[in-house]
Design a protein around this ligand. Structure first.
Ligand code: TMP
Length: 217
């Protein structure tokens, strides 16, 4: 393990899986070990990528062709990576991103039907080998996730208005991604209370990075 470089963790999952709550809880826990952290998100995470986010999450459901949508997510991702994630990793920060490249394969690929080979080409261009060291896939039944999002005060996004069959396909997509890359990905059952989900996540992080928790044992 290179001691001077930070580590890159992504959270993935469908709507209402609790990714942003879990990103925040994980950062607080890492900080309690004296580590520097940065919480960020996609689409977004740099000024330009936040502008692109508005184009993606608002407006009519059929606003974009699925491939155009995949291109926009990758454009945002490249900017986010170059301007936010890589500089932070270089200065030793642990970067925790609420979504990253797997979301495009799950949503635009499995969900919206964009050809996988095209998505892989885009990922090679936008991300190269800068994939996360650990990806935590928060898994929850689609209906349970929607029940949580309905309780939130924020405006419903374009994606939340898409048909439930699309959300079911992308859930299966995330599970397939995890099965294909067991070294990088861990599936976390996100149906329980935030604190117990956090404990499961924390165990995965301790194990993956060989960290020692002052609270363990
Ligand atoms: P959020 O609700 O997690 O903030 O993300 C905004 C929406 O963007 C979410 O519904 C999933 C969607 N999305 C994609 O469709 N493809 C992507 O590559 C990313 C990063 C997000």
């Amino acid at each position: 393990m290179n001691k001077s470089r930070g580590h890159f963790i992504s959270f993935e999952g469908g709507e209402g899986a609790g990714k942003s709550t879990q990103s925040d809880l994980l950062c607080r826990r890492l900080e309690s070990l004296g580590l520097k952290t940065l919480t960020t998100r996609e689409p977004g995470g740099s000024p330009g990528a936040e502008d692109i986010r508005q184009l993606l999450v608002s407006g009519a459901v059929d606003r974009w062709e699925p491939l155009s949508e995949a291109l926009l997510h990758n454009a945002a991702r490249h900017d986010h990576l170059k301007r936010t994630i890589l500089p932070a990793l270089e200065n030793g920060t642990w970067v925790v991103s609420d979504r990253f490249a797997d979301s495009t394969l799950a949503y635009q690929g499995y969900g919206q039907g964009v050809d996988r080979a095209k998505l892989e080409q885009l990922r090679a261009l936008a991300v190269g080998d800068a994939m996360p060291d650990l990806t935590l896939i928060l898994d929850i039944p689609v209906a349970d996730g929607f029940e949580r999002t309905e309780r939130r005060p924020d405006v419903t996004s374009r994606y939340e208005q898409m048909e439930s069959a699309m959300h079911e396909r992308l859930r299966q997509g995330f599970l397939a991604i995890a099965a294909a890359e067991p070294g990088r990905c861990r599936i976390v059952d996100a149906a329980g209370a935030a604190e117990s989900v956090h404990e499961a996540i924390w165990q995965s992080v301790l194990e993956r990075f060989a960290l020692e928790s002052p609270n363990s044992g």
